[in-house]
Ligand binder design. Structure first.
Ligand SMILES: *[C@@H]1O[C@H](CO)[C@@H](O)[C@H](O)[C@H]1NC(C)=O
Ligand SMILES: *[C@@H]1O[C@H](CO)[C@@H](O)[C@H](O)[C@H]1NC(C)=O
Ligand SMILES: *[C@@H]1O[C@H](CO)[C@@H](O)[C@H](O)[C@H]1NC(C)=O
Ligand SMILES: *[C@@H]1O[C@H](CO)[C@@H](O)[C@H](O)[C@H]1NC(C)=O
Ligand SMILES: [Cu+2]
Length: 129
């Protein structure tokens, strides 16, 4: 009895040691480089970029761009559709901005410079819990 119990607990210990690192990795989330090597710019179709990708709470979106030419506005669905720049949720301007996804559901981003949004510099993602 005693022998079996200690064997069971050492198996549990082994299981914990083996599974802990992968659990920790999972909770850190994935980093998504928006537009991959093209970054955040005018010629990329960001709907295409999202195809086949899964976004989860805890993941990070990285926007790479020339900060003299673009910015990143997180907006609501109305502003995404209309390219409205007046009521953004967050504004990022550094050019290497990491946006941590903290909620499930739809998230919308546009470039707030000139008519870039009208020209297609906009991103909509659906985040799974
Ligand atoms: C986006 O995908 C569509 C259909 O797959 C394709 O026709 C189009 O050329 C792509 N656009 C860009 C900018 O890659
Ligand atoms: C987006 O925000 C604007 C301005 O605050 C508001 O008028 C509009 O109703 C909002 N859209 C949605 C879908 O919540
Ligand atoms: C972003 O760029 C600035 C300079 O433009 C640099 O100081 C900073 O370390 C960069 N941050 C990251 C996370 O790469
Ligand atoms: C981007 O590609 C999608 C198809 O993947 C298409 O429906 C959409 O119209 C394209 N957007 C632009 C601005 O070309
Ligand atoms: Cu832009």
């Amino acid at each position: 009895m005693l022998h079996q119990g200690s064997r069971f607990s050492s198996l549990m210990m082994l299981y914990a040691i083996v599974s802990l690192p992968s659990l920790m990795l999972k909770s850190e989330g994935l980093e998504h480089i928006v537009g991959d090597s093209s970054g955040w710019e005018l010629l990329t179709n960001y709907t295409n970029w999202t195809q086949g990708r899964e976004f989860h709470v805890g993941d990070v979106l990285v926007f790479n761009y020339n900060s003299d030419q673009h910015n990143v506005m997180q907006v609501n669905s109305t502003a995404y559709k209309d390219c409205g720049r007046d009521n953004y949720i967050s504004l990022f301007t550094k050019g290497n901005d990491s946006v941590i996804i903290s909620e499930a559901g739809e998230h919308w981003f546009i470039c707030g410079v000139d008519d870039h949004c009208e020209n297609g510099q906009k991103l909509s993602i659906n985040v799974a819990p």
